[in-house]
Write a protein that binds this ligand. Structure first.
Ligand SMILES: O=c1ccn([C@@H]2O[C@H](COP(=O)(O)OP(=O)(O)O[C@H]3O[C@@H](CO)[C@H](O)[C@H]3O)[C@@H](O)[C@H]2O)c(=O)[nH]1
Ligand SMILES: [Mn+2]
Length: 370
């Protein structure tokens, strides 16, 4: 299949020249950014992001000042803030790892979240048009998913597509979409071994596709370019215990993705992957990544069969109830892999306790129907 290679990101001028459409969900969506750097990348995104509220989670040294470009409406939390707000429960929020971003999901009061890394720029589609990734995520999230029966013409709710012959009419309503998982041009999200053997590989392939991940199928969720319905699935988006003091890193989003997918399957919620693309500009150090990842690379050979075998009782009708049940199964079945999972299972409970403390209304409302 011949693809027009996409090899460069949009310039701020090209993005600024884009017609500023109506900012959909302007007051219902927060943009969460984990950072240890400056936030100059926001200049690139200004036309698309400026109307939205940002939640910046500053990782690392809290005494360092993070400069946010003028004109953005934001709240910023550093480690001192996390400790002050959560007290002892702050122990469940990772330090010195992008996993800290999930604190932003917890403190948000909005229905939707979009999270992006600070080294992700505006990509261009094959026609050279800057990609408004946020707009595409919103389209994905606001249209149903089809996890129960695979539509061979991809997302039937996209312009110019539909359900194909043989697709049961009883299933064409689809289910609510909980997660929209975007992809990356330029630096792909490879694990360290792959990065080491393919240091110069760049993703120039723009595939114009959005797919629902079928029920019963897990996937490797990357947190770099991700949106989700916080009211439907927020409490499952815990990015685990990673980074400082932990035996593992760079499995934060993976853990959240596996927990989220089994809970979405149980609650009849959908997960989509594909468009939009961002332009990932910075390859993190593969040797540092290998040190962070290596335990995860062999632990996951046990973790994946665990999640594939997970069943949740029909009495679990909220995300919190599903998540607590999942934490019990993690403690029971994964602790024999490594004592780390015993600690992680406890942290999963702490996360839900902290979530419900900061979001009391959410504690009572069922998030989805089993
Ligand atoms: O200790 C840290 C390190 C980084 N950050 C912020 O997190 C994101 C991602 O950082 P970076 O781009 O350096 O790392 P990548 O390897 O490209 O990240 C991807 O791999 C996964 C790592 O878990 C993750 O899903 C992707 O994000 C940036 O915004 C850094 O500023 C941090 O907060 N703390
Ligand atoms: Mn990166």
């Amino acid at each position: 299949m011949d693809y027009k290679k996409v090899t460069e990101n949009a310039t701020p001028e090209e993005t600024a020249a884009m017609p500023r459409g109506i900012p959909l969900l302007k007051d219902e969506l927060d943009i969460v950014i984990p950072t240890i750097r400056n936030l100059d990348f926001l200049e690139m995104w200004r036309p698309f992001f400026e109307p939205y509220h940002l939640i910046i989670v500053q990782d690392g040294d809290p005494s360092k000042t993070i400069n946010v470009p003028d004109g953005f409406d934001y709240e910023l939390y550093n480690r001192n803030d996390i400790n002050r707000i959560l007290g002892p429960k702050a122990s469940c929020i990772s330090f010195k790892d992008s996993a800290c971003r999930c604190f932003g999901y917890m403190v948000s009061k909005k229905k939707y979240i979009f999270t992006i890394d600070d080294d992700c720029f505006v990509g261009k589609d094959p026609s050279g048009k800057p990609i408004n990734a946020l707009e595409q995520h919103i389209k994905n999230i606001l249209s149903p998913s089809t996890p129960l029966f695979f539509n061979t013409l991809y997302d039937p709710f996209r312009e110019g597509a539909d359900f194909v012959r043989g697709y049961p009419f009883s299933l064409r309503e689809g289910v609510p979409t909980a997660v929209s998982h975007g992809l990356w041009l330029n630096i792909p999200d490879y694990d360290a071994p792959t990065q080491l053997v393919k240091p110069r590989e760049r993703n120039t392939r723009y595939v114009d596709m959005v797919l629902t991940i079928p029920k019963g199928t897990l996937f490797p969720m990357c947190g770099m370019n991700l949106a989700f319905d916080r009211h439907l699935i927020g409490p499952a988006m815990y990015f685990g215990l990673m980074g400082d003091g932990q035996p593992i890193g760079r499995y934060d989003d993976m853990w959240a993705g596996w927990c989220t997918k089994v809970i979405c399957d149980h609650l009849n919620l959908g997960v989509k992957t594909g468009l939009p693309y961002i332009f990932h500009s910075k390859a993190s150090n593969p040797f540092v990544n290998l040190k962070k990842e290596y335990k995860g690379i062999f632990w996951q050979e046990d973790i994946i069969p665990f999640f594939q075998a997970v069943t949740l009782p029909k009495e679990c009708t909220t995300v919190q109830e599903c998540y607590i049940e999942l934490s019990k199964q993690v403690k029971e079945k994964l602790s024999k892999v490594d004592p780390y999972f015993d600690k992680l299972a406890d942290a999963m409970v702490t996360w839900i306790e902290a979530w419900d403390e900061l979001n009391p209304a959410g504690a009572a409302v069922a998030n989805g129907k089993a």
